[in-house]
Ligand binder design. Structure first.
Ligand code: F0G
Length: 359
């Protein structure tokens, strides 16, 4: 067998990560995800910008969480942990369950009952995690996990675990490596706010090492019904169809604000309607299927284009905008089918079908 050259983000970026030769690397070869040029969306900017999509749905469990989880689980194993635990709107639990399975350790997840997408639930279950659906939302689940992991020898693998942030920052390294420099703007969804914290950390470190010359403005988007940072206060009963970011009291609230302010960016919100519109545009015009929370990036892009936000370039150079698509569309197949009409049932008859096609 030919030796595989790419072995995941720890191997690729170890000099930027808190690992040593003693760290057992638990990897599914995560990272190295496509940065896809988006022609349709670039045109919508009036050709003032090149828009790129960082397709994190191409990670092994279908979301960006794998970057952080390879670090969190590897470090947990280095520390001889036997049990890890997280609260999750779905993707963290899918990723934690997969990496814990690979490491041969136990994984416990608390999810808000009835509020996570089917694909994510199926992942956590099939990887053998102990999945507990609690009668409460993500914020309540996270508070419980924080308490339980303080009381028992269980490692918390939510993004409050600093190794998660370390792993996730490699997304920004890849973007810089691919573009040859940092982009001018980065747009991403904001939920518990770990990822915006991680990307910003990554961009700053790359620049400090002389591997990029500039820093992007960080543009974060929350869902209107779950927009505590935008509103300046926790939201008690967050609601949005983008269940991944249905969070009312983000753990990394302060560092998200810091990323926003240090970078000269913004954190704004988009409605469920705008998210679903963007979700369809992305799939129909760019051929990219991302889950609704990820489409918040594109809804944000469209909102800013409408406000002529990107028309300020002093030079003639086009801006580079990178939108992070955090999770795969197949995570939430029910939403796709609800958004578009289910297929029409037809008799298995050639003439009827040809007539229906329109010939
Ligand atoms: N997009 C997707 C698909 C997510 O699953 C999440 C978070 C986010 C965006 C927001 O990232 O929390 O770092 O601001 N999902 C977590 C989970 C909360 O439990 O899977 P964030």
């Amino acid at each position: 067998m030919r030796e595989q050259t790419y072995k995941g983000i720890i191997q690729k970026y170890k000099k930027f990560l808190p690992v040593s030769d003693k760290t057992p690397v638990i990897t599914l070869n995560e990272g190295n995800t496509p940065l896809i040029y988006a022609g349709y969306l670039s045109k919508l900017t009036g050709d003032n910008a090149e828009v790129y999509l960082k397709y994190e749905g191409a990670n092994p469990t279908g979301s960006f969480k794998d970057r952080g989880m390879t670090m969190a689980i590897s470090k947990a194993c280095e520390e001889k942990a036997q049990v890890v635990m997280c609260a999750s709107t779905g993707n963290t639990s899918a990723s934690a369950a997969a990496y814990a399975a690979r490491a041969g350790i136990k994984c416990i997840v608390l999810i808000p009952s009835g509020a996570i997408a089917l694909g994510k639930l199926s992942q956590a279950l099939i990887h053998g995690a102990k999945v507990l659906a609690i009668e409460g939302n993500f914020d309540v689940a996270l508070d419980l996990v924080k308490e339980i992991t303080k009381l028992y020898p269980i490692v918390l693998v939510n993004s409050l675990n600093p190794y998660r942030i370390e792993g996730q920052k490699t997304g920004s390294f890849e973007i810089c490596d691919y573009l040859g420099d940092a982009p001018d703007f980065q747009i991403m969804p904001v939920g518990n706010a770990g990822n915006i914290t991680a990307y910003w950390k990554g961009y700053k470190e790359y620049q400090a090492q002389g591997l990029s010359t500039k820093l992007p403005a960080m543009l974060g988007f929350q869902a209107e019904g779950a927009a505590p940072i935008v509103r300046g206060k926790p939201v008690k009963d967050p609601e949005t169809i983008a269940t991944a970011i249905r969070i009312g009291n983000p753990a990394s609230w302060k560092s998200a604000e810091l990323a926003r302010d240090e970078s000269g960016g913004l954190i704004d919100m988009v409605s469920d309607e705008q998210i679903l519109e963007a979700y369809k545009i992305l799939a129909e015009k760019e051929g990219v299927f991302a889950e609704p929370a990820s489409a918040a990036s594109i809804a944000g892009l469209l909102k800013l284009i409408d406000k002529q936000y990107f028309k300020k370039s002093k030079t003639n150079n086009k801006f580079k905008i990178v939108c992070i698509l955090t999770g795969h569309g197949l995570k939430d197949p029910e939403r796709a089918i609800k958004t578009i009409q289910a297929p029409k049932v037809m008799p298995a008859d050639l003439k009827t079908i040809i007539k229906e096609i329109g010939y």
